[in-house]
Design a protein around this ligand. Structure first.
Ligand code: NAD
Ligand code: MN
Length: 476
């Protein structure tokens, strides 16, 4: 397999103008696996200008049926190359191959969904006081910067690029420096499927080196960012200078709430993957587990037993459920939290150590007796660590749930319908799942409350976010 290691600008592969490269390391082996061109500010200018040209010279005015057809062709091309994309994802970030295959399918599905949206997302006619004729238009913005993290590189790239393109914008996609390969492949395949040159550019490179130049470029009309809350705040500050449109999907510290009246055995069996999937490197990870006191002991026993059965190892094997952390740096960050938990006196019900002789592996770790003022309770760890706490009173539990500055996701387990509705309304989060852990759906809005973000990905809400709303009045 030849790796896509060059920038993708104006429909062609390019080295960076500085000639610089980033070395990728496979976290499962800790061996270098690719040298990828690292963009610099001159490449940003070239990419943004080429995208602007593509936008003005046709993409925005393309007949809806044609734009729909191209996006369907992109989806088909992604499905044809699905195995190759999945292998690239596993190589660069150590994602278990079974998950990687599912996520490529999800990415293709997102292109299909937004291909259909092209002809169904529209304005209104409005009866106004003056008579005449009043109508609204949903107009594309221009060039959109899509900035993506390393934990779900391919699907999140698709979540952003597909609705941006469907609504008539051109895109500059910036993957994280740890995970450029699948984004570069997406650029190549999308153009091979018929996307005109310049409509989708891919800039690999360090956010610190090119992020500011990209965000502040005058042709960039909107920034769609997924990543850490810290970088999200920085981007919002920069965007404020020119009042650029912005959507931010940021960190989380999501709750998993289990009431005694629930099918708590099923909750205990399924909850490990709600926090440990993707080795805990998931913005939706249910990393604070609230269990009603009367079932706390048996629940924890079952939950820990199910955690210890998780298969952690070589991400290339189809039976693997958890791979390594994305990098030795990320593992060190998580180990810092574990050290803090140890010295604060938390109980390690399981895990806490490294696994395997090589590779950035950590055991899935269940912490009990964590103080609510400890870092492990308060901060997003972004690794395979969960804090479990008993609760007695629903109202007090909800206060603790909502004390977090984050509000992205969460799960709620109960068989009492009125309680389900009451608690679902009270939890401050953008998405929530009842009696399961699935809260991300292509067709439904996804995003956060509070410091988990602004704006929504997916569903028709994303189309709103990539368009301006214009009102036109025609006199009688
Ligand atoms: P990060 O914020 O370090 O990086 C995200 C992206 O921003 C990368 O492409 C990076 O290169 C780029 N970047 C860095 N500095 C920049 C700058 N100055 N200007 C512009 N871009 C810049 O995050 P990460 O470490 O890649 O990802 C982990 C974080 O992402 C976690 O906090 C996680 O919760 C969050 N996340 C959120 C969601 C969500 O939907 N809410 C989804 C996945 C990940
Ligand atoms: Mn980072």
């Amino acid at each position: 397999m030849t790796l896509p290691t060059r920038l993708f600008i104006d429909g062609a592969r390019r080295n960076s103008s500085s000639g610089e490269f980033t070395t990728l390391v496979n976290p499962a082996t800790e061996q270098p696996c690719a040298e990828v061109a690292a963009a610099d500010p001159a490449d940003v200018t070239a990419a943004v200008e080429s995208a602007q040209k593509a936008w003005e010279s046709g993409w925005r005015d393309l007949a809806p049926g044609k734009r729909e057809a191209v996006l369907h062709a992109v989806a088909r091309k992604l499905r044809e190359h699905a195995e190759e994309i999945a292998q690239l994802e596993t190589l660069q970030i150590g994602k278990p191959i079974t998950d990687a295959r599912d996520e490529v399918g999800l990415g293709a599905r997102v292109f299909e969904y937004y291909a259909g949206a092209v002809t169904k997302f529209c304005g209104q006619t409005i009866p106004v006081g003056r008579g005449g004729f009043d109508f609204t238009l949903r107009q594309p913005m221009g060039v959109v910067a899509c900035i993506v993290p390393w934990n779900f590189p391919f699907p999140i790239g698709c979540w952003k690029a597909a609705p941006a393109l469907a609504s008539g914008n051109c895109v500059v996609l910036k993957p994280a420096s740890l995970s450029p390969l699948t984004a570069l492949k997406l650029g190549e395949l999308a153009h091979a499927a018929g996307l005109p040159p310049g409509v989708l550019q891919v800039l690999a490179g360090k956010g610190a080196a090119i992020g500011d130049a990209l965000i502040t470029h005058p042709f960039i009309r909107k920034i769609s960012f997924t990543g850490s809350t810290e970088i999200g705040k920085h981007i919002m500050e920069l965007a404020a200078r020119d009042l650029k449109r912005l959507s931010l999907e940021l960190g989380g510290k999501s709750p998993n709430i289990v009431f005694a009246d629930a099918d708590w055995e099923r909750a205990a069996e399924t909850s490990p993957m709600s926090v440990f999937a993707n080795t805990g490197q998931d913005c939706c990870a249910r990393s604070r587990l609230f269990v009603e006191r009367e079932i706390y002991q048996p629940f924890v026993e079952r939950f820990v037993a199910a955690t210890q059965k998780l298969r952690v190892g070589d991400p290339a094997l189809p039976e693997t459920q958890l791979g390594p952390l994305v990098s030795s740096g990320q593992r060190a960050t998580v180990e810092d939290y574990l050290a803090d938990a140890r010295c604060r006196g938390s109980t390690f019900a399981c895990g806490g150590g490294r696994l395997h002789a090589k590779g950035c592996y950590l055991e899935p770790t269940v912490l009990l007796n964590v103080n609510k003022t400890d870092r492990c309770w308060q901060e997003e760890i972004f690794g395979p660590v969960v804090c479990v706490t008993p609760f007695d009173d629903e109202a007090q539990m909800i206060r603790e749930v909502n004390a977090s500055p984050y509000g992205l996701s969460g799960s709620l387990w109960t068989n009492d319908l009125r309680r389900a509705i009451r608690v679902a309304k009270a939890v401050e989060s953008g998405v929530l799942s009842v009696n399961c852990h699935n809260s991300v759906h292509t067709e439904a809005p996804f995003g956060g409350y509070k410091q988990s973000g602004i704006g929504r990905d997916l569903g028709m809400a994303a189309m709103e976010g990539y368009t301006e709303l214009k009102n036109v009045y025609v006199a009688e």
